[in-house]
Design a protein around this ligand. Structure first.
Ligand code: GRE
Ligand code: ZN
Length: 325
């Protein structure tokens, strides 16, 4: 299919490059490194060869989220966003930007988002899971009241927030001890991100901001497959899910979330996602440079779905969601 739009597509700047090194065996690091640092050459060539018209670009992970010094996190986000804006400006028909945000400083995160949307012309934000801060012990998730004003501003600006994976902190990863192969994309990324998304849902965030849109990658980080069970929850028992939110989890999932196909190129999984959330809320993505663009495109272009759904998922949904006329 020609004219696809892809939106979980990463780059690095020198300062964030090392964050990705741990995810590649030594033998593959030179390749991953050169993929991360390139924007205008090989990436563009691969887009052309695989029918991708536009990529919405985002910084690699965990980058800004893993910098405990808040002033440094704020500065890095700004620098990365300025760099991305320059890259987009060279080919605005092919590249658009998603903002990196210093969530450990919620007020500055809101300001940076506003700057990125209103001045740099970005289309939304992409945040790499929880944040760390020297002001606070442990992982900071975004369901707490500190983020009330941030979410209000995000909703006001009317752009989507992409909740992208990162690994849990060592103190929260005891279950993986001695089984390190489960960290990263094989399991821990999805588990970490799915729980964060459920925390946002249960907190009542979407009662306060029904117009807020969250995007999840990797076909929903396992959530579509679990949606019925999360709601059903031993239905015969008198005590049901007890959380501040007003409605069933699946209702928020269907109304406030979009999913992308990033790194999950499987008909069975796509069809399950379509049955749970609908073809109007699924968006093609590759997850370059961690996944190959041709692997994503070859699978998607011949996936066992209708041509109408292929057009929506490959292009039309993203055009509408990100106002890409
Ligand atoms: C990603 O950002 O999507 C990613 C990583 C590291 C390994 C695999 C992966 O940051 O998909
Ligand atoms: Zn990714």
């Amino acid at each position: 299919m020609e004219g696809k739009i892809a939106l979980e597509e990463h780059f690095a700047i020198e300062r964030t490059l090392e964050d990705s090194a741990r995810f590649a065996p030594n033998a593959d690091w030179p390749e991953l490194k050169s993929r991360l640092l390139d924007i205008q050459e090989r990436r563009l060539r691969e887009m052309d060869e695989n029918g991708i018209e536009v990529m919405l670009l985002s910084l690699n992970a965990p980058a800004v989220q893993a910098i405990p010094d808040e002033a440094e996190a704020v500065e890095l986000a700004r620098r990365a966003n300025d760099f991305l804006a320059e890259q987009v400006e060279r080919r605005p028909n092919r590249f658009q930007g998603l903002a990196a945000l210093p969530m450990q400083a919620p007020e500055q995160a809101a300001q940076e988002l506003k700057r990125c949307i209103e001045q740099l012309g970005f289309r939304g934000s992409l945040v790499n899971g929880f944040s760390q801060s020297s002001r606070r012990e442990g992982a900071i998730y975004y369901d707490i009241p500190d983020f009330n004003d941030f979410w209000a501003e995000h909703a006001r600006l009317g752009v989507p927030f992409y909740l992208h994976p990162r690994n849990p902190l060592p103190q929260d990863a005891a279950i993986y001890k001695g089984h390190e192969w489960l960290l990263g994309p094989s399991w821990a990324f999805g588990q970490e991100t799915a729980v964060h998304a459920l925390r946002l849902i249960g907190s009542g965030l979407f009662d306060r901001h029904p117009e807020l849109t969250i995007i999840l990658g990797h076909m929903g980080e396992g959530l579509p497959y679990s949606m019925w069970r999360i709601d059903n929850h031993n239905k015969w028992m008198s005590e049901q899910n007890n959380y501040p939110a007003k409605r069933a989890v699946s209702e928020y999932f269907r109304e406030n979330f979009y999913l992308t196909t990033s790194g999950n190129f499987r008909n069975q999984t796509l069809i399950d996602a379509m049955l749970e959330i609908g073809a109007d809320r699924i968006l093609f993505s590759a997850d370059w440079p961690f996944e190959n663009i041709d692997h994503a495109a070859n699978w998607f272009d011949s996936a066992a779905i209708s041509e109408n759904d292929r057009l929506k998922i490959g292009r039309l949904n993203a055009r509408k969601l990100f106002n890409l006329d």
